[in-house]
Design a protein around this ligand. Sequence first.
Ligand code: ADP
Length: 502
Amino acid sequence: MAEPMLSNNDKENFKIITTYIPKELLNKLPFAIYTCNADGYIESFNDAAVELWGRSPEIGKDLWCGSWKIVNDDGTYRELTAYPMARTLWERTKIEAEEILIERPDGTRRYLIAHPEPIFNSSGSLIGAVNTLVDITEQKNSEEKHAMLAAIIESSVDAIISKTLKGIITSWNIGAEQIFGYSESEVIGKHISILIPPNRIQEENIIINNIKSGNRVEHFETIRIAKNGREIPISLTVSPIKNSRGQIIGASKIARDITIQNEARQKLHLYNKQLEKINSYKDEFIGMASHELKTPLTSVNLYLQMLQRSETNEQNKKFITQSVSQLNKLNCLVSDLLDVSKIQSGKLLLRPASFEVNELIYEVAKIMQETNNSHFIEIENDLTNRKFIIADKHRLEQVMINLLTNAIKYSPNSDRIVVSVIDKVEKIKISITDFGIGVPEDQQEKIFTRFYRIEELGPSYSGLGIGLYISSEIITSHGGHLWVESIPGKGSTFSFEIPITQ
Ligand code: ADP
């Protein structure tokens, strides 16, 4: 740096410029201003400079720039000697509006325009420099934002088009060019109707009326025409464009070519139809097969019973009893399958009749207790009087047997089941509680659907996953509902409520 030729008088003059310009005036300026002496030490500055730099420089100690750091385009910090103020002093020339990025002590960064200018004394010697700094961070950010938005619009595969409220196209991106085949210059200034098939022209009025009332049109699926006449299925989203005063001045429109999605949707629809058909064949087959199995099963059962009566050999008698028991199991399975098929075809008929609730409870509990000695079935009965109900007793027995069979099956380490009956005047509530493995919360609804079994249980628990489905359907057709409350590892309570008359 050249040693400035300063007389004492010059130094005084400079101080007068820098230090004694009324501080109030300097501080009123909307931009930062500061001065350095010929050696580059900061001599004076206004409040806006302090705010911009994020610190107050030390007079006579800090060089050229109050913020300390200027960041280069590549992210490195600039050498002190390359700062605009340093160069101005060094080269003794004014620098016209240099854009810089400073980093403040707290790490935040601001974009500035620096205007450093050397100051000479009357005899032409350099006595210092003055620099004004204009903060352009906001403009810069909004410029960057605009540039980014423009890049997004340009790179979008969707057509992004803007138009006036009269439908005149004002902008057209590359996506629009690719979908509709028109170049930007071919469509700007033209009416949007060049893309609309004649039989859909009224759609434009509906869209524009929505836009005028400030509403968006979202995912509106329609057809538009490309330059080559091809009809393109598109999904349209149109939003109002407002000026700075909030007035609606046009509409922006995003059009997505949904040809591929439509084809996929059609295929899916077709597959669904085919699946439904296959499913109905399967239901039909289950119905027919279980129906056909019923007759031979009944005959075998009959013959076995006859054999049982006439057989005298104890060993053979035992074999026949075991065969009858296995046959009963098979019979139950076939009946359940037949029920599923009846439910599917809406043919599960109820035969309602009046009977006493206690009859149902005690009869079922007795049958179940006789055939199971692993668990003790307790009954907690709230019914003080004889309570009659109109329902299909046989079907309700089936539900209770299902629930009790499950309660026994899924509580291998416990020996207790509780059946509780609660009189709710117009309704009756029956619950079956076990102290077994329980049902995880996320599967408590699913277990009532057809063929659903909890997979994690593995093959140790046999079943088809239809008992609860059938039970739930029976209860629903009685105008009631069936549900479960359960804590895994602690047990489950399956309850159903039905009105006493339907
Ligand atoms: P299945 O018992 O033949 O599998 P269900 O329709 O009766 O068919 O039951 C569906 C599933 O619900 C069972 O596979 C089992 O995982 C679960 N589940 C039913 N009852 C209980 C219970 N009391 N405790 C624990 N899990 C149960």
